[in-house]
Design a protein around this ligand. Structure first.
Ligand code: ADP
Ligand code: MG
Length: 253
């Protein structure tokens, strides 16, 4: 479980502190997907950096399985907004970065074993045939699958995404959401993504946390009754999305 308690954060700038998170608290159950939704500038990327252990909160705590977040002890995979692939490495080498490869007496796995496991993950995500290509020659959806493969290669305790589908066109976005969900169902891991898209949150997450405009606090936490349900109840989904949108609008006005 990820537990976020009373999180506050400010950036320091020449003109003084810029508050980004006011008071954020929520939980993500193990093996579930949580969406944190909020308007642009409300502090979503800041929250992701703190969850990944890259920034220290001003106050409050984040724990993973009961221990304070620590990238040295927990395996936290982060897929940044622009995917973070290394342009000078091939697809396969980018995915291999996710593995800790054994050198001398350090823990990790054999290079051959890593190559084999990377192959399996790439195959499941339909990018095996791209393994010798470089990121610059890939489409957005392909890059995202490479980033997902690398994150999974890490065998993460927690998987974090910053606006995973926002850079994709509408059709690719729907395809990628399906690919992600199918892959996640085969390999369920505790996952959290931030988004400004209501429909993305409703399509992909079992719990939805709505943040206020920045500096953020939690406006609403909803269990998503439509998670992994068939699309049959289209009207119900639209009502639910409308209600979440109204929360965001209400908070903004
Ligand atoms: P979001 O991801 O929700 O769009 P961010 O977390 O990126 O929001 O930013 C939250 C707030 O913090 C914004 O007001 C933004 O301008 C500010 N901010 C973000 N990064 C920095 C920084 N490095 N220095 C100063 N202010 C920042
Ligand atoms: Mg952001």
């Amino acid at each position: 479980m990820i537990a976020v308690r009373n999180l506050a954060f400010s950036y320091r700038s020449r003109n003084g502190a810029v508050p980004a998170l006011a008071d954020v608290a929520f939980e993500v159950d193990s093996g579930t997907i949580c969406a944190v939704m909020g308007p642009s500038g409300c502090g979503k990327s800041t929250l992701i950096s703190i969850l990944a252990g890259l920034e220290r909160p001003l106050s409050g705590t984040v724990s993973i399985a009961g221990l304070p977040v620590d990238p040295a002890r927990q395996r936290i995979a982060l897929v940044p907004q622009q995917y973070g692939l290394l342009p000078w490495k091939t697809v396969e080498r980018n995915v291999l970065l996710g593995f800790t490869i054994r050198r001398g007496s350090s823990p990790g796995m054999d290079r051959n074993e890593a190559i084999e496991r990377a192959g399996t993950i790439m195959e499941e995500l339909g990018i095996e045939s791209l393994k010798a290509r470089y990121p610059a020659s890939l489409s957005g959806g392909q890059r995202q699958r490479v980033a997902l493969a690398r994150a999974y290669a890490f065998d993460p305790d927690v998987l974090l995404f910053d606006e995973p589908f926002s850079a994709l066109d509408a059709i690719t976005r729907e395809d990628m959401q399906g690919i992600f969900l199918r892959f996640w169902r085969r390999h369920p891991v505790t996952a959290l993504f931030v988004t400004h898209s209501v429909s993305e949150a409703v399509s992909l997450a079992s719990r939805i946390v709505v943040l206020t405009p920045g500096p953020a606090h939690v406006l609403r936490v909803e269990e998503n009754p439509f998670f992994l349900q068939s699309e049959a109840d289209r009207a119900g989904i639209l009502d639910f999305e409308e209600s979440l949108k109204n929360s965001m609008r209400g908070a903004a006005s």
